[in-house]
Design a binder for this molecule. Structure first.
Ligand SMILES: *Cc1c(COP(=O)(O)O)cnc(C)c1O
Length: 346
């Protein structure tokens, strides 16, 4: 993972460029010696947090971010001889944790226009023998930004008679599309959410798994006794209470995304329609150079040429309108000016 990113304009890891609620920072400052000396009370926190999602505490499992949630799901549902289904390009940790469990990975792919291969997915899920144990599906997907409509998700869940479908809604606050209420009637559905993106708390590591209470019970049983610290618990609960902040932060980032999309288009750079807080852009042959030259100007974006198998693709996290204008001004200089491999080396 990249480090030494402090002080830069960080558009490479989909963190929130807006930051977190001031109320969260106030709550963290108020954590006193007694609070810090106690083991965290996760059950009470879940009792207070679940209603914000319209659910009960027994349908919720708190985890150290979605990363930790994925590890927990893999621990419980995958092992050697089992199959994990993914559709790539997607969030790389699905492959990572499934691989750690020595599960076999069935990887389908988005097509060149980043269309989701729904027919192939349904075929794999309906296979008479060798159905996957788990299907990890980010919605919206990272890095494509694409969003599957609920109708397609219903078809997937109907087809997944032997498969646990993990719908990773890390970017829900930007897409507005969720299948969370379905967990009550669909035991093969798990939904993950995080406080790392719209709530701006990636540094505290907290997220949640939502599932039918029977599934949630099994997951909780496989957790460490105190999996989440008191600071992330207090911060997450406060972030839920300060919904206005999160809503405004998401709206600001969506305004930034529009400026970014329009600006890239004006520069002749293609980007795919996004339902999340980032865009996937195609810089063509100039991709690696663009990423390097932006980095030298203190702006980080994520070059994805290697993972997408196509040179020149980069993912850019949307920031505030002002941050996007700064990025676009630099891009204009790089793309419009003395743009050649030799100039880059100088
Ligand atoms: C960023 C991201 C995550 C990671 O979330 P954490 O809660 O910070 O671990 C999970 N899934 C997707 C699709 C992401 O883009």
């Amino acid at each position: 993972m990249p480090e030494n990113r402090r002080g830069k304009l960080r558009l490479d890891m989909n963190e929130s460029p807006v930051g977190c609620s001031p109320r969260v920072r106030a709550v963290l400052r108020r954590l006193d010696a007694q609070a810090l000396s106690m083991y965290p009370e996760k059950g009470n926190a879940a009792q207070r947090m679940a209603p914000f999602f319209g659910l009960r505490a027994d349908e919720m499992v708190l985890a150290g971010g979605i990363d930790d949630a994925l590890r927990l799901l893999s621990d419980v549902f995958l092992e050697r001889g089992r199959i994990a289904l993914i559709v790539e390009p997607t969030f790389p940790m699905y492959r990572f944790y499934a691989g750690q469990r020595e599960a076999r990975i069935c990887a389908l792919r988005y097509d060149r226009e980043m269309q989701f291969p729904l027919g192939d997915v349904l075929r794999v899920l309906r296979a008479v023998s060798g159905a996957p144990s788990v299907f990890f599906l980010a919605n919206p997907n990272n890095p494509t930004g694409s969003l599957l409509p609920k109708k397609a998700l219903a078809q997937i869940l109907d087809a997944a008679a032997h498969t646990l479908v993990v719908v990773d809604e890390a970017y829900f606050e930007f897409s507005g599309v969720t299948v969370l209420p379905w967990i009550r009637r669909r035991r093969n559905l798990v939904v993950t959410r995080t406080f790392s993106k719209a709530a701006g708390l990636a540094g505290l590591r907290i997220g949640c798994i939502f599932a039918h209470r029977e599934v949630a019970r099994v997951l909780r049983f496989a957790q460490a006794p105190f999996p989440i610290g008191i600071a992330p618990l207090a911060a997450a609960e406060t972030a839920l209470r300060d919904r206005t902040f999160t809503r405004r932060a998401a709206a600001q980032i969506l305004r930034g995304r529009k400026i970014l999309e329009d600006g890239l288009c004006a520069l002749g750079i293609r980007c795919f329609p996004s339902a999340a807080s980032f865009v996937l852009a195609d810089f063509g042959a100039r991709g690696a150079e663009v990423t390097h030259r932006l980095a030298r100007r203190g702006i980080l974006i994520r070059d994805l040429s290697a993972s997408l198998g196509r040179a020149g693709w980069a993912r850019i996290t949307a920031g505030t309108p002002a941050q996007m204008r700064r990025l676009l001004a630099e891009l204009e200089k790089i793309l419009g000016g003395n743009f050649s491999p030799r100039a880059n080396r100088a």
